[in-house]
Design a protein around this ligand. Structure first.
Ligand code: MLT
Length: 326
């Protein structure tokens, strides 16, 4: 089995793939036509990606390609319909980085409440301003609205409970077990927006959730509320968000993901949202802890090993005719 890894990948994953008898080629930083060439030239059966986009042209580059694995949970960077049409299976690693994303969400929540980024920036400039920064509202007793109570939303809720926050969630699926376990209430989207002190988004990207948060939704939030997005960029309309924060419609926001995000090998970030004060940002690093990346690498090895041994693709997100391992 030939495996092409087109992004940064943990060494333990590389070792595991070789132990599973795979021929592994590593080519991080390639994209578009260059990646299509690498897929063709390597004759890979399995392509492993993290941030790199897998376009229909890349999928069409070689008839040897049978499986694409997203070394993460979301798979909106992969042209799944085109893969399905070619009988290429697409698989992911759901839940493996949930704790890491929840941890960053919490970091951002506290950073927003305490204005840690502004405070640090002032200190760096030699400014001491205890008076200005002594106005945090605190987390205890505040309402956290979680949009999407999947694996990440759940891990956020667990941590929020330890902070004595009041919890509510909105999800198409009710989860009574978690409601009982954590004392979290399922509410409608409108109620969540109107009552939350923090709104945190944990739904998949894609057309169904595009601009789920726009002008109308922001207008329903409290002027003291914050919004946090560690899921996918397109879920928040950035123009509407910038206007809402500048107008004081909401108090601020923190984004780990952006509408137009640089690729893995890009080093520039020109998104105008970066200049808006009270909007904090990180570099799509929610999943980027050692623990999470080790767990993701182990899952990738498990997927490939199972495929080698049985021809079955675990965590497959698309329906195709059965593909035989080669
Ligand atoms: C995910 O979908 O799990 C994350 O976007 C993964 C990542 O940042 O690599």
């Amino acid at each position: 089995m030939k495996v092409l890894i087109a992004d940064k990948f943990e060494d333990r994953g590389m070792v595991g793939l070789r132990e599973a008898g795979c021929q592994v080629a590593v080519k991080p930083g390639l994209k578009d036509a260059a990646l299509a060439d690498a897929v063709r030239e390597s004759g890979c059966n399995v392509l492993v990606v993290r941030s790199t986009k897998v376009t229909p042209d890349i999928l069409a580059a070689s008839s040897h390609l049978k499986v694409v694995i997203r070394a993460g949970s979301g798979y909106d960077t992969i042209a799944v319909d085109a893969a399905t049409a070619r009988g290429i299976r697409v698989s992911n690693c759901p839940g493996k980085n949930a704790v890491a994303v929840a941890e960053l969400t919490f970091g951002l929540m506290i950073a927003l409440d305490r204005r840690i980024v502004d405070e640090t920036n002032d200190l760096r400039r030699g400014v001491w301003n205890k008076k200005e920064y002594s106005k945090a509202r605190g987390l205890k007793g505040r309402t956290l609205g979680i949009v999407g109570l999947g694996r990440i939303g759940y891990e956020v809720a667990v941590r929020a409970k330890a902070f004595d926050m009041n919890l509510m969630y909105q999800d198409v699926i009710a989860n009574e077990k978690i409601e009982k376990e954590l004392g979290i209430r399922r509410v409608g989207f409108e109620t969540l927006l109107a009552e939350s002190d923090f709104v945190t988004l944990h739904v998949p990207g894609g057309t169904k959730t595009e601009h789920l948060i726009g002008h109308d939704q922001l207008a329903r939030m409290k002027p003291t509320a914050f919004i946090i997005n560690c899921s996918r960029g397109g879920i928040v309309d950035e123009t509407a968000l910038a206007q809402a924060v500048q107008a004081g419609t909401i108090a601020g926001a923190a984004l780990d993901v952006f509408e137009i995000e640089p690729g893995a090998s890009d080093t520039e970030f020109k998104d105008p949202i970066r200049t808006v004060s009270r909007i904090y940002g990180t570099h799509h690093v929610g999943a980027s802890t050692d623990q999470a990346q080790d767990a993701v690498a182990d899952e990738v090895v498990k997927i490939v090993r199972t495929y080698v041994e049985t021809g079955r693709v675990i965590n497959c997100v698309n329906q195709t005719e059965p593909v035989t391992a080669t």
